[in-house]
Design a protein around this ligand. Structure first.
Ligand code: HEM
Length: 427
């Protein structure tokens, strides 16, 4: 692919470079980000002093004025195939050196680099033993009668995230053995000959970016309706502090993988013609949050007025009544029925995408056990609500009718000590 066009505004240029990837996109991106990345500090914390949790990002990303974590803007997902038969100690050393290089080169977080590496059930299948009972990592499967997703069988997934496009691109180039130095450090170790990048997915999140990216994208009407203040294509803010599981809640708490987590990754296509061109603003608020939010005008713009919570109150408790009496239920209202002790069980780190010219969400969530994602998704699907009510299995059933789940995958994200080609029963 050719490098992004010089005529694009800076942010769109950087985003486009991340989507393209490779050495020339990186060079163009570094040139465009200029001083912003030229003086980025190397890590101030030695790798051995970093937390065991790969997913411990919240203390290292920016926050808005309400204390909500702001996800890093630029994201790359590397879906990897392992090239060997069984991992050797030499390969483990090589992968560990490559990952440690990333940690030495940048501070963890939005202004540097945040990343995780996870392994799929297909990866663990090559070993004789099973994963311990403290890890729940089933093969991916369709999770609703209305979907027919491709079930990914890649061996591993690397998620790279940063507010600087050239940081994710440079980290990717270092991992794949295409760069000898990274932010002034010699690169040690690489995935070359061990992993092959079988698929590359990219995306972005943050106020203004979806509006900038909407032109000519399938799934978004030509009227370019995505508002400037929206961090995501559907027009609303998501990931309020009080509507997310904490990092503690999603951490595996026993066994050899204690300190790790799991990732569920789906690719979800968006179809926003009716959403923006026929549904009214009140309908959008009712379907995304809850009918009560629309009645009481609780959501201004993208929802920045909501502060640190989507203020669901007793909305989940009256989901069945709303389905029967109002003929509409909200997405957040339904999903919140899966809470435990009034705390959500999944930590959402999803972001939008225009890969392949279509509007999509890479829905990435961490949870202690994949079953907790499955139960949350079941609550969101709301098949129970669609029975005996005016709500259909898709229609007026939250946001289901605007989404098609194209892919599903599950990964174990080990604690850092076992992150390099682990066996199912590491020492
Ligand atoms: C793909 C498009 C999606 C969009 C645009 C979206 C957007 C939103 C928004 C705006 C909220 C309310 C604000 C907040 O609490 O952060 C929300 C809440 C939530 N969503 Fe989604 N969502 C999507 C898909 C999903 C999926 C696939 C799941 C998986 C089950 C999910 C699970 C949840 C949960 C658990 C909550 C919080 C419920 C609570 O407060 O307990 N969402 N989402």
């Amino acid at each position: 692919m050719s490098p992004p066009s010089r005529g694009l505004p800076r942010r769109a240029f950087v985003r486009s470079a991340v989507a393209i990837g490779g050495a020339s996109a990186l060079a163009a991106c570094m040139d465009r980000e200029g001083e912003e990345v030229a003086d980025l500090p190397q890590a101030s914390v030695a790798p051995e002093d970093l937390p065991e949790r790969q997913h411990a990002w919240n203390d290292h990303v920016l926050e808005d004025e309400h204390g909500n974590a702001l996800a890093p803007e630029h994201n790359v997902l590397l879906c990897l195939d392992y090239l060997g038969d069984r991992p050797t100690d030499a390969e483990r050393g090589e992968v560990e050196a490559a990952l440690t290089t990333l940690e030495r080169a940048y501070e963890r977080g939005s202004d540097g680099l945040a990343f995780t590496v996870g392994y799929s059930p297909a990866y663990f299948d090559r070993f004789d033993g099973d994963l311990p009972g403290s890890v729940h990592l089933p093969d991916p499967e369709p999770l609703a009668s209305i979907e027919d997703p491709a079930l990914d069988a890649y061996d591993a997934l690397v998620h790279l995230a940063s507010d600087h496009g050239s940081v994710v691109l440079a980290a990717e180039e270092a991992l794949t053995g295409e760069r000898a130095s990274l932010n002034g450090l010699d690169v040690e170790g690489s995935f070359d000959g061990i992993f092959e990048v079988a698929e590359r997915r990219t995306g972005f999140v943050g106020e203004g970016l979806p509006a900038d990216e909407q032109e000519g994208v399938r799934g978004i009407p030509d009227s370019e309706p995505v508002p400037e203040d929206a961090p995501m294509f559907m027009g609303f803010k998501s990931g309020f502090r009080k509507n997310q599981a904490s990092e503690d809640r999603v951490t595996i708490d026993a066994g050899p993988f204690a300190g790790g987590t799991t990732t569920h990754l789906s690719r979800i296509r968006l179809h926003l013609e009716q959403w923006y061109e026929q549904d009214s603003r009140d309908q959008r608020v009712a379907k995304m949050f809850c009918p009560a939010h629309a009645d009481e005008g609780r959501v201004e713009g993208a929802g920045h007025d909501l502060g640190d919570s989507s203020e669901l109150g007793d909305c989940p408790a009256h989901a069945t009544d709303d389905a029967r009496n109002r003929g509409v239920v909200g997405h957040a209202q339904k999903a919140a029925r899966a809470r435990e002790d009034d705390e959500p069980r999944i930590l959402r780190r999803d972001f939008d995408s225009t890969d392949g010219g279509e509007a999509a969400v890479h829905f990435l969530a961490h949870q202690r056990a994949v079953s907790e994602f499955v139960e949350t998704r079941r609550a969101m699907t709301g098949a129970d609500l669609a029975r005996d009510s005016a709500v259909g299995s898709r229609t007026n059933n939250g946001i289901l009718q605007y989404l098609t789940v194209a892919n599903r995958a599950n990964y174990l994200v080990p604690p850092r000590r076992h992150r390099s080609l682990p066996s199912p029963a590491p020492e």
